[in-house]
Design a protein around this ligand. Sequence first.
Ligand code: TXA
Ligand code: MG
Length: 313
Amino acid sequence: MKQTELLSDSTNGITRAAALLKDGRIIALPTETVYGLAGDARDSAAVAAIYTAKGRPSFNPLIVHLADAAQAAAFVHWNNDAEKLASALWPGPLTMVLPLRAGHGLSPLVTAGLESVALRVPAHPLAHAVLSAFGGPVAAPSANPSGRISPTTAAHVKAGLDGQIDAIIDGGDCGVGVESTIIGLLDRPTLLRPGGVACEDIEAVLGAPLALHDGAAINAPGQLGSHYAPGARVRLNAKMAEGGEVLLGFGPIECDLNLSRSGDLTEAATNLFAHLHRLDQPGVTGIAVAPIPDTGLGLAINDRLRRAAAPRD
Ligand code: TXA
Ligand code: MG
């Protein structure tokens, strides 16, 4: 067991977080999407420690986080679409997969041996401050035990990983609430994972529709059927709760917790993981979830809910 330090959103906290990263340690830090479990992406021992703490299958590559687009571009073969998306949507909840440049220096554990890498410049001011103070690439999957609900507060991180990681820096609640949208830019722009930026917004920037991932190659977490799963069983498109269930609502309905009473998908995304954490209590046998439209951030919400409802191993 490690002693997990709790750091505050302060100059001291940021300096300490950066020093821990430089020392090859792993720390949880807030981003605008979810809390990430961060380690130096060039340091295989640090990256291995991330996989160990999460209990994550090691074939699943990690996202590399940078303080700005110029730092990100140094690792890859940059292109026009990357430039357009970075100008319009970075910093923010968008991840781009691009071909690695020779001599990139990243640990092969981060890329899982692929010849491409997933890059993201987060918008959260505390993430930005820690990344700037550290000055290098940071691998950071969500800071939860593999397969469980992603954390949107420091308390969620502590509940899942206390004693497994070196520190948690507390930046309050995450605003977006679902992970970044992942776009592949290896061939034509392809949606690899719906997330915190709506596809419609990405298509508007590119001026062209996104291709859909065909599921044939390795990658986004779709491979792992069950993911983001609470302890209780999850039932989708429910009209009402049945025996032992609680109802997670959307829109003006009677329920135990509502993702957004006004039917706002951005608000629903913000609340998604926090509400699942709150409803997932001992004695609750199931979480029934009201139907959610498949547009805008609804695509990411339904993607995470389908994984939470998928059959478990
Ligand atoms: O919002 C987020 O993206 C959060 C916060 C912490 O930034 N991070 C996150 O990272 O969700 P992670 O590691 O849990 O998700 C990374 C996903 C994986 O499902 C992986 O399969 C995909 O990105 N990925 C990483 N590298 C890839 C690559 N070279 N090609 C295709 N997919 C890749
Ligand atoms: Mg995750």
